[in-house]
Ligand binder design. Sequence first.
Ligand code: F6P
Ligand code: MN
Length: 337
Amino acid sequence: MTRRVSLTRYLVEQQRADGRIPPQLRLLLEVVARACKRISFAVNKGELGEVMGSAGSENVQGEVQKKLDIIANETLIEANEWGGHLAAMASEEMEGIYVVPNRYPQGEYLLMFDPLDGSSNIDINMSIGTIFSVLKKHDAHPGVHDSDFFQPGNQQVAAGYCIYGPQTTLVLTVGDGVAMFTLDREQGSFILIEENIKIPEDTKEFAINMSNMRHWDEPMKRYIDECLAGEDGPRGKNFNMRWVAAMVADVHRILCRGGVFMYPWDKREPHKAGKLRLMYEANPMSWLIEQAGGASTNCRERIMDIQPTELHQRVAVVLGSKNEVERVTRYHLEADK
Ligand code: F6P
Ligand code: MN
């Protein structure tokens, strides 16, 4: 019989092997996975579970909240607040941080999440997901402040996402490679399907919202123009394009078969560095991609080295197959000179 390794067993073995996962972090990851399981069941019920449609409210970024955005956010908070492993949480769907209430013991970890990434896909039955990132609270000062969260992505101690697609799959790193687990719905547990995932360094597939092309910077246009020129152009090969409009799904595809994902700065909102959120989206995805041998920049510098100054900070993102990310970054740096 083939050995089926559950997420629980995987985490226990990681803890034993080299103490990479302290017990409190193991608990945290188990709890996040349990919350994702609940979200997966809610997503799966769709219209039958009365979870579809708008909640009639807006989040701090002025985006309309879907019912499932709120359900996912509450599920993650309820699951995580009482275990004693966390000091506080921050979410794309909440304006301020959520400090663990006094009635529960406080732990040393900080959890950040995009509870339901790609929420415009909810109503059309397409892939969506939960993205999460874990930091350690460093300062011993009492209480928790926003500034405790202002750590660059290279300080993450765990990161991952759960994609709710044809299968529900949890993808995780604790700094020792990337592992994937698929939810066995009958058994109710996540089962390891692949370890040490590696992204090819070269690719012929890019992901970008092409409808924004006229708003991009010259180096971004140059890169895409060259891809579009195909075999006859400077790249000498034909490229394919994919865009799911859910970062979680586009990144998942890249982890499975390579590719490059881009959400660059554009002229529509020039004062914003980009569309995606540094702490809830870009940092955790960047770490997964780097752990799989890929690269991730904001078109100029490594995303995980950016020092955050705001909770809901935005960032331009280029991530995926190493050689393509390096090329896009080089085009921008050359143009800056
Ligand atoms: O969270 C923001 C997000 O939904 C990402 O998941 C996705 O990659 C992107 O926005 C899609 O943006 P657009 O609607 O501009 O294509
Ligand atoms: Mn998102």
